[in-house]
Ligand binder design. Structure first.
Ligand code: NAD
Length: 358
């Protein structure tokens, strides 16, 4: 998907501070860093390695994702801004190299800490540690940098968001007798399958990777369905944990869930309109940037020097935050609008008082 507006129109429209393009002649690296906001502090956001059909697609992705990070940090009460970066691969299967990661690390370093990189799709712990050989401003590695894989923390936060959604929907917060349909059982999805089945839920899964499906069927007793059928499964909770942009207003009538709560970023094609359509259809929508903040809270919290107990408490707070937003969504046009309002109030409050925790 791409915008027809000029780049400056897109930046102005979304309220971005910076959009920086970088080319490294030695490795051929082409990368973009988008800093949406530093009003609340320096901005932490993952680096995505992806093949984009066009530059416009890459710009669209990095702008949308970085704005989501601003909201995610603000709604989680973190003194952090929002940013994201993308590495534009020349081919779909381009192998990752240390030289590429180091070149990306040097690009990140030029921001002197205003941008802090971390894992995203296509980037693993080893890649992060290669980047960290060139900059201190990266989180999520295990040897050169700190933090490790954030996905268990993201899964735990999403689990709290699901509990809050069940309570809000009048189903208690007990998972026994609850059916969850999960699209995507990768890093986050597998951890979530474990938490849900331990709590007594029945979990229906689909993934285009058969090995991942077999793993959760054998390990956690999940039930597999074809990936074309997962979004329309009859269930209590539909949990997209694969890609973004999987639900739009036109699909709402075919959904057979009471709650939409998943870990993917940007689950809704057009969140403003689609969240209203979900509300009208009586489906409780827990906004993705609220419930999937566990990984950010973990890495940003470590970066800010929080101790383990505080990191755990901050993750547990996703339950209360989700509940509060679901309740406020009753009076607002949607739960998405309620969550954005809270995030924007915190950002504008910081601008007015001049508090900057960066
Ligand atoms: P991942 O790449 O490990 O897992 C994604 C899984 O989705 C893979 O197993 C893949 O095969 C599957 N998939 C892709 N397309 C599919 C389709 N059409 N149908 C079914 N399955 C499909 O990624 P992850 O780290 O588990 O993250 C999952 C989602 O959560 C992503 O959207 C990511 O942006 C978001 N997220 C992740 C974190 C984190 O800590 N990892 C934090 C916040 C948000």
């Amino acid at each position: 998907m791409q915008e027809t507006d000029s780049i400056f129109e897109q930046i102005v429209d979304r309220g971005h501070e910076q959009l920086c393009f970088h080319h490294d002649p030695e490795t051929g690296l082409k990368a973009i860093i988008a800093i949406h906001s530093t009003a609340l502090g320096n901005a932490l956001g993952g680096t995505r390695r992806w093949y984009y059909e066009s530059e416009a697609d890459a710009v669209y992705d990095v702008l949308r994702l970085s704005k989501g990070m601003t909201y995610k940090a603000a709604v989680s009460g973190l003194p952090m801004g929002g940013a994201k970066s993308v590495i534009m691969l020349p081919h779909r299967e381009q192998p990752r190299t240390e030289a590429e990661a180091r070149a990306m690390g040097r690009f990140v370093d030029t921001f002197n800490g205003a941008y802090i990189a971390a894992e995203d799709v296509g980037v693993d712990i080893e890649f992060i540690d290669w980047m960290a050989s060139e900059t201190n401003h990266v989180m999520g590695g295990e040897t050169v940098s700190r933090g490790g894989d954030p996905s268990p923390w993201t899964a735990m936060g999403t689990f709290h968001g699901m509990r809050a959604s069940l309570l809000h929907a009048g189903k208690g917060d007990d998972f026994s007798g609850i059916t969850v349909a999960m699209q995507g059982v990768g890093h986050v999805g597998q951890n979530l399958c474990r938490l849900l089945t331990e709590a007594g839920a029945k979990v229906i899964v689909a993934d285009i990777n058969k090995k991942s499906v077999d793993h959760v069927v054998e390990t956690y007793g999940c039930t597999a369905v074809h990936d074309a059928d997962i979004l329309t499964q009859e269930c209590d909770i539909l949990a997209p944990c694969a890609l973004g942009n999987v639900i739009d207003g036109s699909m709402v009538q075919s959904l057979r869930c009471q709650i939409l709560c998943g870990a993917s970023n940007n689950i809704l094609g057009d969140p403003e309109e689609d969240a209203v359509a979900l509300k009208t259809a009586g489906i409780v929508y827990a906004p993705d940037f609220v419930v999937n903040a566990g990984g950010l809270i973990h890495l940003a919290g470590m970066h800010l020097g929080m101790i383990d107990a505080t990191l755990q408490t901050k993750n547990d707070e996703i339950f209360e935050t989700s509940l509060q937003i679901l309740q406020r969504g009753e009076a607002a046009s949607s739960t998405y609008a309620a969550a954005v309002e809270i995030a924007e109030q915190r950002i504008s409050g910081a601008k007015e008082t001049g508090i900057h925790a960066g």
